[in-house]
Design a protein around this ligand. Sequence first.
Ligand code: AMP
Ligand code: MG
Length: 405
Amino acid sequence: MLTVVEALDAITSVVAPGPVESVPLAEALGRVLAERVDSDIDSPPFDKSLMDGFAVRATDVATGTARLVVVEEVTAGEVAEKSLETGQAIQIMTGAPIPDGADAVVRIEDTEVEIDQQQTLVRIDTRPVTTGQDMIQQGTSMRRGDTVMPAGRRLRPQELGLLAELGQHTLSVHRQVTVGVLATGDELVAIDRQPQAGQIRNSNESMLAAQVRASGAVARELGIARDNPEDLAAKIREGLDCDILLLSGGVSAGRLDLVPEQLEAAGVTEVFHKVKLKPGKPLWFGTSKDAIVFGLPGNPVSSMVCFELFVRTALRRLAGTDPATPCPTAARLACDFEFRGDRPTYFPGRLENQPDGPRVTPVNWHGSSDLRSTADANSMIHFPAGNQLYQARQWVEVHEWAGRA
Ligand code: AMP
Ligand code: MG
């Protein structure tokens, strides 16, 4: 049986980054950049004022007090016509270019304007003025030729703003992946139906489709396949049109766990079956000519955990994000915790930021079928195999779950 690390390795070696397309910047939120972006501008593009006030020569106001002749006014979007001589000031607005000859700005709050017949004067009374005060130099935040974003970056609002500043109105991104979600089981009924004796609602399909969407991919909900070869074969065929097909249920050792054999019959080759973890041991993974297929265990928390660890890795790999494998964080346990288990376990936990650092509390979890307690959690704590009494404040590895509460 593969370990989690071996299973993740198998996924990243079988799945390659997917095709690329061009999209308008306005539609690129959440997409993954396919090409590195270098700047072809300096930012800011000119020395500019950070304040409304007066552009001056710092040496004229070295003591903090001065009376200067105001020779011009420059607002944002304009360029001063005059070059500043000693003894002069140019009134300036935030965002306007610093005039030639000036090397500092004195904010308007520290000035008083005097107008007589011949000229406008500004009286300055402030702390000693130094070169570069209240202005920002050309190229401080980026220089022409700088690499500002690597390929594989998921685009958030700040990246989109930066790309807009660079004039990149059309972006090269990885094509969005379509993920089919197929539930299997004779016991399942649709979520708007009243279960009869022995039946339950198909909750996995809704949950997995939401996990797909939270990952930035497109979910196609394929409904329920019954535990017979004909129905499974037909719905698997339909699902193989997707880039990734997720099945839930039917991958363990029961008489009606027909998913692996029906996948093989549909031309999907097994890469691995079963991974040493809890919950989620029966996980099945394979590939066909055009699709990647996960047979997720039917128990809801098993499905959810396998999605977070393994399906997400495949999605990140397809999208070209680096690294594709999960990036856990560390947190201190909030309480003593007695762990018993012969497999590495991903245990639902509530991660909080405390003044002395991140802290995680294991929730009252009753195992792989207990989805309810995951609603109290926002992460999973990784406990290695082996019985152990963990102490409060001991550091543990935590995987945050995506999706906002
Ligand atoms: P299986 O992997 O098919 O043996 O299913 C394991 C357990 O998960 C059983 O108790 C199933 O009833 C339950 N289960 C399977 N599929 C779903 C589903 N789509 N929604 C909720 N529970 C499910
Ligand atoms: Mg089943």
